[in-house]
Design a protein around this ligand. Structure first.
Ligand SMILES: Cc1ncc(COP(=O)(O)O)c(C=O)c1O
Length: 456
């Protein structure tokens, strides 16, 4: 009734390090290439699909083998449903007419336009800073800010679940990277005290996020900023996932915590609620802002954000700051709460606090891969997150809610999740009964799941 899933596909991604005995660098990837190919053949690789229609609450797409699908879209980052908003589309078209498509160079040369400079100032005033610096992608903003600020003898104290852009920058900047357990203020303070005791004059950067998107949880930012001041450390906060989509006025978690304009360095992205691409760093330190423009690899030595991106973000800000933005955020929160409640009622463990992201824990990697396959076949388009993005056997769906989802779509997604779990469990049971492979684990109830690993 069900097809067999070979043993290697029941575990996490094979690491290239495993094949390091091979001298030729490309040869090291041969085995993992075959592994991915096999996943595609068995329809348990959700990472190669693409859309064939506009981003919306319902979407059509295809797999690379040409097969197509359509369904309720819980896999986009367009939280406010602005991707086809008439005023944003018009802004993009007008920008093309005025500025062309662009290849004008780095922001440090002639790559910036009147629109990007206007956006920097507008953002800064929205966020409570003197000025901001744009980057062509959000990843570059996080990476560039950390790498520019931190030297090889400095320290970075960073939440173990912080985004790859800041983690990688920290490792590239200094050997002194101190991971602390997730959201653990005590661990941050203990580490800062120890660093200051051993290295009284070293620079220290503390890195966190407003909303952690794999868990939908938040740190106490006021307390973190206070601890940083106590030890003369600098705080950098990434607000990629909640800026625009959260808070009464769209200023995100910062607004909930009365911290707008109060953290040392704010980093963000336009690839979520702004229906565009690009990122920014906002800070009141003029020298650091100049350094980000003129001495920062992913800003200085790459082309600037295009005028189309800047125009779309400006138009998105108009919506976000107005009544329409408030209404869209209210609808988004209604949808998020409805989805959370329905999933919990269906027996799923939903992590964190209400936000545009609804992380639904599944646990076992094979079960999660099969559930994702069946969900897409049933018309629920979801993102599977597996190791190394989260801890082993803490696989989850990161369901991303949109303002335009209807109640009926939310209810349909809950039903699809339950049905997909049933089908995946039956498949796992069949595998256990029909071959001699390692025993396949079944859906784990909430109190048996592993959660995230913690350092410290
Ligand atoms: C917390 C965080 N920071 C930065 C980024 C990078 O943003 P972008 O996709 O715009 O490069 C992301 C998103 O993917 C993110 O989740």
């Amino acid at each position: 009734m069900f097809e067999n899933i070979p043993d290697p596909l029941r575990t996490s991604l094979p690491a290239a390090e495993k094949h390091n005995h091979k001298t030729n660098l490309l040869d090291r990837w041969t085995e993992s290439g075959a592994w991915w190919e096999e996943r595609i053949q068995h329809k348990i690789d959700p990472y190669q699909k693409y859309s064939t229609s506009r981003v919306g609450s319902f979407i059509e797409g295809a797999h690379r083998d040409g097969s197509t699908f359509a369904g309720h879209n819980f896999a986009s980052q367009d939280y406010l449903s602005l991707a086809s908003h008439p005023s944003l589309m018009k802004a993009a078209k007008d920008a093309i007419d005025i500025y062309g498509l662009h290849s004008a160079g780095s922001a440090a040369l002639m790559g910036n336009t009147k629109l990007s400079v206007e956006l920097e100032r507008r953002l800064a005033s929205f966020l409570g800073y003197e000025d901001a610096v744009l980057f062509p992608i959000g990843w570059a903003a996080g990476y560039g800010a950390v790498k520019t600020l931190v030297g090889p003898t400095d320290h970075v104290v960073i939440d173990i679940l912080a985004h790859a852009c800041t983690q990688e920058a920290a490792r590239d900047a200094t050997p002194n990277v101190h991971l602390h357990s997730h959201l653990n203020l005590k661990a941050v303070e203990n580490r800062l005290a120890r660093i200051r005791r051993d290295d009284p004059s070293g620079g220290i950067l503390v890195v966190t996020e407003t909303l952690f998107s794999m868990d939908s949880d938040v740190p106490d930012l006021a307390a973190m900023q206070e601890i940083c001041r106590k030890y003369d450390a600098t705080l950098l906060v990434d607000c990629a996932h909640d800026l625009g989509s959260h808070g009464k006025t769209g200023r995100g978690i910062l607004e909930d915590q009365d911290m707008v304009g109060k953290v040392d360095i704010l980093v963000g992205a336009f690839s979520k609620s702004f229906a565009s691409m690009g990122g920014f760093v906002a800070t009141n330190n003029k020298g650091f802002r100049f350094a980000l423009r003129g001495q920062c690899g992913p800003s200085t030595f790459t082309n600037a954000m295009s005028p189309i991106q800047a125009a779309v973000v400006l138009a998105a800000l108009d919506v976000i700051e107005g009544d329409e933005g408030r209404e869209r955020r209210e609808k988004l929160m209604h949808n998020s709460n409805r989805l959370r409640a329905g999933l919990e009622e269906a027996g799923f463990e939903v992590l964190g606090k209400p936000s545009a992201v609804v992380p639904m824990l599944i646990g076992d990697v094979l079960l999660a891969r099969l559930m994702t396959r069946y969900a897409v076949e049933l018309g629920g388009i979801v993102n599977l997150v597996e190791h190394p993005a989260v801890a082993r056997n803490a696989c989850r769906w990161r369901l991303q809610v949109m303002a335009d989802h209807s109640d009926a779509q939310i209810d349909a997604m809950i039903e699809i999740a339950a049905k997909a779990r049933e089908m995946a469990e039956m498949h796992c049971e069949w595998l256990s009964a029909n071959d001699n492979s390692e025993k396949v684990r079944r859906f784990m109830p909430a109190n048996e799941t592993t959660g995230n690993v913690a350092a410290e």
